[in-house]
Design a binder for this molecule. Structure first.
Ligand SMILES: Cc1ncc(COP(=O)(O)O)c(C=O)c1O
Length: 496
């Protein structure tokens, strides 16, 4: 086996800071990291059909070498458990340890989807209770726990809207109105559902412009897909009128509830006129989020859309629970099982930890923390939209531009100062966006140290001390990557 690999081969494209020895380069064929128990008797005949024709192309490493390799690589990452992670829109919220303890209980961790239904009544009871809580929290009458992410929930919601319009004989309604501030998954989900997207230009305050909305409301509209609060931290103050206008035009309102953490326990989207809403449990209820999953994006619906919920569904009969796999008007199946049980149980644990009377603390603290950061940074960074924000605050690099410094430079310097950067260049409706979401889980001391770092960067700009910002980051294992190449052509394998 070739050992002539360089760390370059292993990396994504570009910018290597340290020539760290990458363990796979030191592979030696004699070593093996696996030790399997011996097999009694000769089973080679039965196994023959499955045996490899040539040796697997994996590096020869011992178990300690392998463990150290992966643990060391994990330490090169900035994670929510190693530092503050103020990523706007994507919400990296600390996952309380108690949630992890709950899901590791043997009765929850060691069950199988195909077990007899009477042996999993406990977990079904918890999931059913979660369904009831989600409906009550968001103000809807029914729910599906199936979707495996927020974007998957968007697809499920639009499939239900499609089924509903088809049942009304309105197959021609295919237009989905999506504000230009929307998360990229919104138009993607609409397109995947066979709909046709129309972009709504935001008003000067970043909210939906009623005149712009009215211009597009005609007999072809299937739905408006709207995020509230928006991905710039602003609340749609005309929400009731917006929903009414869409309904009057014969369309339905899809709510992107990814930002429910700003409202939970305080206000309910169902009361505002929204027909269905996905809930990113990783954003509102602290389930882990990263690496693409596993996640969960339950969708809550009102009476209009309830008949079209996907199957399978948990149904309660007397004191027992069963799984219904057939519903006459269902929009279909979007996941092989009832949902990502481990993720959903963590959400259940988080809600239970607050309890009905204290859930509003999530929203209050998330909004307070975002406004605290906004208040501390508003003189040093340009604030594109006036007023208080909800769960995240939006700044831009306008003041720094005159010193030749851009949002990307600020973000890279934050890495050197020990913080994960905020979300950069999103939402697209402002130039040089920096979207900061501190979440409710952070202390004032953490927020202060982050704001101090941001103010230090702004002061460096003002003092003309900008080389250090252009050079950043100098501390992480990688410096500036060619992000387009790294995203489009990542080198993910050790050997070719
Ligand atoms: C506003 C908004 N909508 C939708 C999504 C998609 O959610 P997911 O990443 O779970 O697919 C996100 C992601 O964070 C989001 O911020």
């Amino acid at each position: 086996m070739s050992t002539a690999r360089t760390s370059n081969t292993y990396s994504a494209v570009g910018g290597i800071q340290h020539e760290e020895p990458l363990l796979f380069e030191h592979a030696h064929e004699a070593a093996e990291a696996i030790s399997l128990p011996g097999v009694q008797g000769d089973i080679s005949a039965e196994l023959h059909a499955f045996s490899r024709q040539k040796p697997a192309n994996i590096p020869g490493l011992s178990e300690p070498e392998t463990v150290r390799h992966f643990v060391r690589m994990s330490q090169w990452n900035h994670g929510i458990e190693t530092g503050f992670y103020p990523l706007g829109s994507c919400t990296m919220k600390y996952n309380p340890r108690v949630n992890e303890q709950v899901v590791r209980l043997s009765g929850l961790a060691n069950i199988h989807p195909d077990q007899p239904i009477d042996s999993v009544q406990g977990v079904l009871a918890l999931l059913y209770e979660l369904q009831e809580w989600l409906c009550e929290i968001a103000g809807f009458s029914d729910v599906t726990l199936q979707p495996a992410a927020g974007a998957h929930g968007e697809l499920a919601g639009l499939m239900m809207i499609r089924s509903c319009l088809d049942a009304r004989g309105q197959q021609h309604r295919k237009k989905v109105l999506v504000p230009d501030s929307a998360h990229g998954t919104n138009p993607a989900s609409a397109a995947l559902c066979g709909m046709h997207c129309i972009e709504l230009k935001s008003g000067a305050d970043g909210r939906i412009d009623l005149d712009e909305l009215k211009k597009h409301l005609d007999g072809d509209v299937a739905a408006l897909m709207m995020t509230n609060p928006k991905t710039a931290g602003a609340f749609e103050s005309d929400i009731k009128e917006i929903c009414q206008l869409v309904h009057d035009a014969g369309g339905l309102v899809y709510g992107d509830g990814a930002n429910l953490n700003a409202l939970v326990g305080m206000a309910r989207p169902g009361d505002m006129g929204i027909d269905c809403l996905h809930i990113n449990v990783h954003k509102t209820f602290s389930t882990p989020h990263g690496g693409g999953g596993p996640g969960a994006g339950p969708v809550v619906v009102n009476d209009t859309l309830a008949p079209y919920l996907p199957v399978p569904r948990i149904v309660k009969e007397g004191e027992n629970y069963r799984i219904e796999t057939q519903e006459e008007q269902s929009c279909g199946t979007i996941l092989g099982s009832i949902g990502q049980v481990g993720v959903l149980l963590r959400a259940h644990a988080y809600i239970a930890a607050f309890g009905r009377n204290h859930l509003h603390k999530i929203a209050q603290d998330a909004v307070l923390n975002a406004n605290y950061v906004l208040h501390r940074l508003k003189d040093a960074y340009h604030v594109p939209f006036e007023g208080l924000c909800k769960h995240e605050c939006l700044l831009t690099d306008e003041y720094q531009n005159k010193h030749g410094i851009k949002t990307l430079d600020v973000a890279k310097q934050l890495s050197d100062l020990g913080f994960h950067p905020m979300t950069v260049y999103f939402p697209l409706i402002v130039h040089g966006a920096m979207l900061i979401e501190p979440t409710e889980t952070e202390s004032k001391a953490t927020l202060d140290s982050f704001c101090d770092a941001m103010l230090e960067i702004a002061a460096q700009c003002e003092a003309g001390d900008t080389q250090v910002l252009h050079d950043a980051p100098t501390k992480p294992i990688r410096r500036r990557l060619d992000e387009t190449q790294a995203a489009r052509k990542p080198v993910l394998v050790w050997s070719d």
